[in-house]
Design a binder for this molecule. Structure first.
Ligand SMILES: Cc1cc2nc3c(=O)[nH]c(=O)nc-3n(C[C@H](O)[C@H](O)[C@H](O)COP(=O)(O)OP(=O)(O)OC[C@H]3O[C@@H](n4cnc5c(N)ncnc54)[C@H](O)[C@@H]3O)c2cc1C
Length: 509
């Protein structure tokens, strides 16, 4: 038994004085349920148990107890961080602090377009609350919206909308620090603040981002800005026929994003991604090895899609978005043989989906691409907004997938100045060859990207140290700053050791 597991046993016993036994989970099935969604039946990320507080006071009491027993905790909101580690901790033997029962929507302000939620509020909960009250506000949702509003925003998750940079829409947090004390960020630092979730301006340092992708505290309330329901909506569907077209796809869009003619980060998605939502690979090919090119062509023909596919969405006043759409079509028209035709749509339409902020789980179908107990892992480097760079990154990545014997699926979300390249590594968790290939592929991709000066925007729990080490300017100066902060805030090292490659002194080797 590891030291962490021993600490955890003492913690879980003493926790019964704080919360009832039916919210403390130590059975083998419970521990296995807080799964890392990986291919490998290893205990590398197995928690010692889980505990589910229902109030801020309980969270504080549990954190204080964890300091006494020196037990590592791993906070989750709903624990659906699929593709990046699910609900499992980096360090085996940690106790999951499962906040899914703290699920109150504390406030929705339709005039100033924000909400204040507890960590367990799911995208479906917020969607239902907005719908029931007929509020003129739209959410932004990730592709798979099974998780929580807070957990996803704290991971700086993304959605296909103007408010799609979820970390950037956070305004005002309530946080239990590793010593059990409670703070509020931003203007919420003032007793009776009238502007906590309204303004990111604040006197002195602003700390919201300090609690994103970090292990410096447990967020117990999160303010999030929402998009006022647009008067009208339009979409332009774009397709490019060849694998070699990505570069021009990026170069045609980023200047329009920069100038505000497009106001979300549109993504070029490779055809396997779209096919994977429609059905498993066996619909088209049952053979061994990579999907042959003629099968790829057959998929594209059947689904009427390009090698690269993109949706440009326009939101706002009818006249404004019509003018923006015209200007965009004029700017990019030369790249398309047929005249581009926008579609207008409404939130209630069948196909509106995530672009209308309607939560769904359709994207989960991708995990069945290879059949079996499907799995997927995200590799998501940040590139400059530059067609040549994107094309080269794609070629490099596809080559590595081919060496690993896996079909390539990637998307390039085009921002104003940078591109986030989200690659989905799809596999069958029960296929030994794939299970061995995936960690090697991840390692290779991280090295390849670092050699180009690209770091990831987010990574799986099994590669957090690996990615952190690539942030090596000044011989790892950022890592040293993170360690300094960690040791000052969390001297007993109880808060999510290893998250984002940040380890407390106790576990640092
Ligand atoms: C098919 C598919 C498609 C996906 N598409 C997208 C997508 O388009 N965009 C996207 O962003 N994601 C996407 N994801 C990833 C994932 O589903 C989401 O990011 C999910 O919302 C995260 O789960 P959660 O909200 O339950 O967060 P959790 O799992 O609860 O939290 C994630 C992590 O954040 C930290 N954390 C959580 N809560 C707290 C807290 N209260 N205090 C301190 N730290 C905390 C913890 O380290 C935790 O491990 C996709 C996944 C799949 C399977």
């Amino acid at each position: 038994m590891t030291a962490a597991a021993l600490d955890a046993a003492a913690f879980l016993r003493a926790a019964r004085d704080i919360i009832p036994a039916d919210r403390i989970f130590t059975a083998e099935e419970d521990r296995s349920a807080y799964d890392d969604q990986m291919a490998f039946p290893s205990d590398a990320h197995k928690p010692a148990g889980a505990i589910a507080p229902v109030s801020v006071e309980e969270v504080q009491a549990l954190v204080r107890l964890a300091n006494r027993t020196k037990t590592p905790l791993w906070p989750i909101s709903r624990g659906k961080n699929l593709g990046y580690g699910g609900s499992a901790p980096v360090m085996a033997g940690a106790v999951i602090l499962d906040m899914s029962r703290m699920n109150k929507i504390i406030e929705i302000d339709s005039d100033r377009a924000y909400c204040l939620v507890e960590p367990g509020v799911g995208f479906y909960d917020l969607y239902d609350a907005l719908a029931q009250k007929n509020m003129p506000l739209w959410m932004s949702v990730p592709g798979n919206a099974w998780g929580s509003v807070a957990g996803n925003a704290l991971e700086r998750g993304k959605g296909p909308q103007p408010y799609g940079d979820h970390g950037a829409t956070i305004c005002g947090l309530e946080v239990v620090l590793p010593d059990g004390s409670l703070i509020r960020t931003g203007t919420g630092a003032m007793e009776g603040s009238a502007t906590w979730n309204l303004s990111k301006d604040v006197y002195g340092p602003a700390w919201d981002q300090m609690f994103c992708q970090s292990n410096f505290g447990i967020v117990t309330k999160l303010g999030l800005w929402l998009m006022p329901a647009p008067e009208a909506t339009m979409t332009l569907n774009l397709q490019l026929p060849h694998d070699s077209d990505l570069g021009r796809g990026v170069d045609m869009l980023y200047p329009l994003r920069l100038r505000g003619l497009i106001d979300h980060d549109p993504a070029w998605v490779s055809y396997v991604g779209i096919a994977s939502y429609v059905g498993p690979r066996s619909n088209w090919y049952e053979g061994e090895g990579l999907l042959p090119e003629e099968k790829g062509r057959a998929i594209r023909d059947q689904l009427k899609i390009g090698w690269w596919n993109c949706q440009l969405n326009f939101y706002g006043h009818e006249k404004v978005i019509a003018a923006k759409c015209d200007a965009v079509m004029e700017a990019i028209g030369q790249h398309f043989p047929a005249k581009l035709t926008p579609t207008t749509w409404r939130k209630g339409d069948d196909f509106a989906g995530s672009k209308a902020g309607i939560p769904g789980t359709l994207d989960m179908a991708m995990i069945n691409w290879y059949g079996g107990r499907g799995g997927h892992m995200g590799f998501s480097p940040i590139l400059p907004a530059d067609g040549k760079a994107a094309q080269a990154q794609f070629e490099r990545t596809r080559k590595r997938y081919a060496e690993a014997g896996l079909d390539y699926y990637g998307a390039f979300a085009v921002g104003a100045r940078s591109v986030i390249n989200i690659n989905e590594i799809l596999y069958d968790r029960d296929d030994e060859r794939m299970a061995n290939a995936v960690p090697r592929l991840m390692d290779q991709l991280i090295s390849d990207a670092a050699a180009q000066g690209y770091s990831e925007y987010r990574t799986h729990i099994s590669t957090m140290d690996r990615v952190a080490k690539t942030l090596n300017y000044g011989n790892g100066a950022m890592g040293r700053l993170n360690s300094l902060l960690k040791d000052a805030l969390d001297p007993n090292g109880i808060m999510a050791p290893g998250k984002s490659g940040i380890w407390p002194a106790r576990y640092r080797s």
